[in-house]
Write a protein that binds this ligand. Structure first.
Ligand code: GLP
Length: 260
């Protein structure tokens, strides 16, 4: 695991975007996208590179981590719509190449199995960008998630629903209670996991994920089991980490041949 502490949240987003862009330029067949506010800076960097003519997503497949159950198609807070609005419609992704679990399926367990199948049929996801919830969730794998889980239904915790109410006019009653999410096993199948966390509200979750015990109660701690992980944090999100000096030393003394 590589831990990079950037000078600012803006720098964290640019770095995450550059790493994703490098995967696409090296020929990624598929990339994994996330919603929430954390990846937005990375998406802005990818849009910038696309507009500059330095990057194309033609032929690349994208898979979203998760989706609310029961929001009508086109609802601005459905994750399928969110990713279109914030990222994919601003670059040369076609809508057919951007996949998300079907939170409106009549048969939700079948939709979960279909989603797993579509990822497997596409082949490997080269890079999966991840945010982290204040309670350590990734995707919507809430505390208690099986460390080898696959795409399935989860019930959101009250904390996550409260955190996400800001996207629903601060009205908790509008926040769905159930979601479809890639499991921790599904996420772990990606070649490179790229987590971005900014702000003091994420500091304890980042420390638990990176330096705490491997535990279903901190789902993001599954990153410790993956062979290729980059965690990018701003100083506020790094505030609860114990080994900050070592992480900075490792980045400053990185061999020139070693890429992300
Ligand atoms: C949401 C999403 C996650 C996201 C997390 C943090 O509920 N399902 O993918 O990483 O919570 O959100 P944010 O980045 O807005 O803090």
């Amino acid at each position: 695991m590589e831990l990079v502490i950037t000078d600012s949240a803006a720098d964290a987003g640019v770095l995450a975007g550059r790493i994703m862009a490098d995967h696409v330029r090296r020929g990624a067949r598929a990339i994994g996208l996330a919603t929430g506010s954390s990846p937005l800076g990375a998406y802005r960097e990818l849009i910038r590179q696309y507009q500059a003519g330095d990057l194309s997503f033609a032929g690349v497949q994208a898979f979203l981590l998760d989706e609310y159950i029961g929001l009508p198609p086109g609802h601005p807070q459905s994750y399928a719509q969110f990713i279109r609005d914030e990222f994919t419609s601003h670059v040369d992704f076609t809508d057919e190449n951007v996949h998300s679990p079907d939170g409106n399926a009549a048969d939700i367990p079948a939709a979960a199995a279909d989603y797993e199948r579509s990822i497997a049929e596409t082949g490997r996801i080269s890079v999966q960008i991840l945010g982290i919830g204040a309670n350590g969730h990734i995707g919507f794998n809430e505390p208690g998630s099986s460390l080898r889980s696959r795409t399935r239904v989860k019930t959101l915790t009250p904390k996550t629903r409260e955190d996400n109410a800001r996207f629903f006019e601060d009205d908790l009653t509008q926040v769905p209670t159930h979601v479809l999410t890639q499991g921790l096993g599904t996420i772990s199948d990606a070649d490179h996991l790229l987590m971005i966390a900014t702000g003091a509200g994420k500091a304890d979750a980042v420390a638990a994920a990176v330096e705490g015990p491997l535990s279903a109660f901190c789902p993001a701690s599954i990153l410790q089991m993956h062979p290729h992980v980059t965690v990018i944090v701003d100083p506020a999100a790094a505030a609860s980490l114990k080994a900050v000096d070592y992480y900075r030393f490792a980045v400053q003394n990185k061999p020139t041949w070693q890429t992300f």
